[in-house]
Design a protein around this ligand. Structure first.
Ligand SMILES: [Zn+2]
Ligand SMILES: [Zn+2]
Length: 655
């Protein structure tokens, strides 16, 4: 030890400044030397890219960053440490519990545990939570010990924990560590926060079943989800956001607003059925997108829902991606191969065949074929949730066949279109991921290197010329080409993945697509797949949560609800409705014998943008009493004046 301490190491801080410290200094000491505030907030330290416990000695020159709650990795460490605290509480309350794994997740943490036959109710979760708080108040340190494989095995043999023994099997001698806080010891590589006292506000959120290692043939475990915060106020804010998110849940609003329904038993899981109002919404959105695309030079096409297996053999989708597809409809066999049809998992092969239907000169390119094409994929039922992951969905699909030189301009146009739509729907935060080749392993990609280099640069350039924030992910490209994925943040700050623009060098090869260039030579076009919103289903799901069901007037399934104050005024209501319908306003009349107050409340719950109340005075004067869902009573005006005033709001338009 004495020898080590005589050495000096250089610590480089995130701002580039450097400090000299004795070798063996800890993250805690470094934080203290920077300032007492940082030392108080410090949760972990990043040393040369690796997140570590604050208390671990640093023995060589290092670039470091002290991690606090404001860093993603700080939060992860906090939440993972909270999983240990929850485990400690469980061990006290359920001595027979067996632990498996307890990782941090996007929002909080979970621990998968074997509780035998015991199931947990809400009351019991609360009890565990209270125990966590009690233990946290003891402010026990998270202590790290490196242990030999033999000792690790002995420890878990005594605990009779086959899960941990299985985990240890996969570890090498010298990379096994235990962490201990209070009376609880866990096999873990770490890192953790300094002590349990930092965890001021734990909250257990839910319980679910989970199979050991995700394998259905393994025993079922209990997964307990929780979250925790260093301050009570942060927990309260989180719970408030969660409550709001629940109110906006598109599954809940989809039912309340009569937009869509599922019948998992009879129709099948992940197969949404659109009710009349939802269909109106969907068709309006589709029409607006379609019109915009036609302005941009897309040609609409329409293809069948099935295709021969041979088509998908040529494209490579069959049998390669078999597990994501519904099983084929086999009709026979020829030359030792199955013959039959496949429910289409994507529209591309059909669009390729449409391109091949004609000879193309460079003058025709780009050829842009668009289709709101419905496709079917056999997603795992466990992943299905409302509209955001379904088994039958309609992509806002198009395929662009162009020359390599046209890639950049095509990307730019798709980005512009996407931003225009997001802007029209009041999405303010969006970003994109540029997925590039793995520079370490260029072998696995099809297409020439120069083409890839050019396309990757084209995507960067196209992004740079727009309002889109983008980041790059090397190694995330598909084997057939680089791509750009869109993400939006909704009104509650949650990020959603939408669709994609993707370069493809593979299908043009497989289908031998060509065009004739200026010199009369046959050339290979580049294919671009693009579905910037993913699917209508997914996008509408995200939109519902973003606006909480308060759609812009042009998109609302019912735009105006006419409310006669009594039966005597239904005829006048009909006259008003007829006048509005001549202007293509979507209008309904509430002819129920409820009170006016009730009818207004009902229209408000349905989030209908305008209510027109009509009675004797209105009939006599030819007027309507206007009430807006967003802004309340708007006074009494003639029907024409109402139309003049808010007419433009009814027009479907992205401008
Ligand atoms: Zn741990
Ligand atoms: Zn495609």
């Amino acid at each position: 030890m004495a020898e080590i301490q005589e050495q000096t190491i250089e610590i480089t801080l995130p701002d580039g400044s450097t400090q000299d410290h004795a070798a063996g200094t800890t993250g805690r000491e470094v934080a203290e030397s920077i300032g007492p505030g940082l030392a108080r907030d410090a949760l972990a330290i990043k040393v040369n890219g690796e997140v570590r416990d604050l208390g671990r000695p640093i023995t060589e020159d290092a670039e470091i960053a002290i991690l606090t709650w404001d860093d993603e990795e700080g939060k992860e460490t906090f939440w993972h440490s909270s999983a240990h605290l929850m485990a400690e509480a469980l061990q006290e309350l359920y001595p027979d519990v067996k632990f498996t794994i307890g990782p941090p997740i996007d929002q909080g943490f979970y621990y998968d545990v074997d509780l035998g036959d015991q199931s947990l109710s809400a009351d019991e979760l609360e009890e565990i939570e209270e125990k966590m708080l009690e233990l946290a108040r003891r402010d026990a340190e998270y202590k790290r010990h490196e242990v030999s494989k033999e000792d690790a095995v002995r420890f878990y043999e005594e605990e009779d924990n086959a899960y941990k023994l299985e985990l240890i099997e996969d570890l090498e001698e010298g990379e096994i560590s235990f962490y201990e806080q209070g009376d609880f010891t866990d096999l873990c590589r770490g890192p953790h926060i300094p002590s349990t006292g930092r965890i001021k506000a734990p909250k257990l959120l839910s319980v679910a079943g989970a199979y050991w290692r995700g394998d259905e043939s393994n025993p079922q475990l209990t997964r307990i989800y929780g979250i925790s915060f260093p301050k009570q106020k942060l927990l309260e804010d989180f719970l408030e956001r969660r409550r709001k998110a629940k109110e906006r849940d598109h599954r809940k609003l989809g039912k309340e607003l009569d937009l869509f329904t599922f019948d998992t038993e009879k129709v099948g899981p992940g197969l949404p059925m659109w009710l009349p109002k939802g269909t109106t919404l969907r068709e309006t959105l589709r029409t607006v997108l379609q019109e915009e695309q036609i302005k941009q030079g897309y040609k609409p096409v329409c293809t069948p829902h099935i295709g021969r297996l041979d088509l998908y053999r040529t494209s490579g989708h069959y049998p390669h991606y078999e597990e994501d597809q519904f099983p084929p409809m086999v009709t026979g066999e020829a030359d030792g191969e199955e013959e039959g049809y496949l429910l289409k998992p994507m529209n591309c092969p059909h669009h390729v065949m449409l391109y091949k239907n004609d000879h193309h000169s460079y003058r025709d390119l780009p050829v842009r074929l668009s289709e709101f094409g419905t496709v079917y994929r056999q997603e795992q039922t466990g992943e299905l949730g409302g509209l955001t992951r379904v088994r039958g969905f309609t992509q806002d699909d198009a395929h662009i066949f162009c020359t390599p030189e046209q890639v950049k301009a095509e990307f730019k146009e798709v980005i512009d279109l996407t931003l225009k739509v997001l802007d029209a729907l009041d999405f303010e935060e969006f970003e994109a991921q540029i997925s590039l080749r793995d520079p370490e392993d260029t072998e696995k990609y099809v297409g020439r290197d120069e083409l890839w280099d050019q396309a990757e640069q084209d995507i960067r350039d196209a992004v740079a010329e727009t309002d889109l924030d983008a980041y790059e992910e090397p190694g995330e490209a598909a084997f057939y080409g680089p791509k750009l994925d869109f993400m939006v943040e909704d009104a509650l700050g949650r990020a959603w993945q939408l669709g994609t623009i993707q370069v493809d060098y593979n299908l043009p090869e497989r289908f031998d697509l060509t065009y004739v260039d200026q010199n009369d030579e046959r050339k290979r076009p580049v294919m671009i797949h693009r579905a910037p919103f993913g699917s209508l289903e997914r996008f509408i799901g995200v939109l519902i949560e973003h606006c909480g069901g308060n759609f812009p007037t042009w998109l609302a399934p019912t735009q105006v609800q006419i409310i006669p104050v009594g039966d005597d005024f239904v005829d006048y209501a009909e006259t008003v409705a007829a006048r509005l319908r001549t202007e293509d306003v979507r209008v309904e009349i509430d002819t129920s014998d409820e009170t006016v107050g009730y009818k207004i409340r009902n229209a408000e719950t349905q989030k209908i943008p305008y209510m027109l109340v009509v009675g004797g005075d209105e009939e006599e004067a030819g007027t309507v009493s206007v009430r807006s869902h967003a802004d309340g009573p708007q006074g009494t005006v003639s029907v024409d004046a109402f139309l003049d005033r808010i007419g433009p709001e009814f027009e479907p338009s992205l401008d």
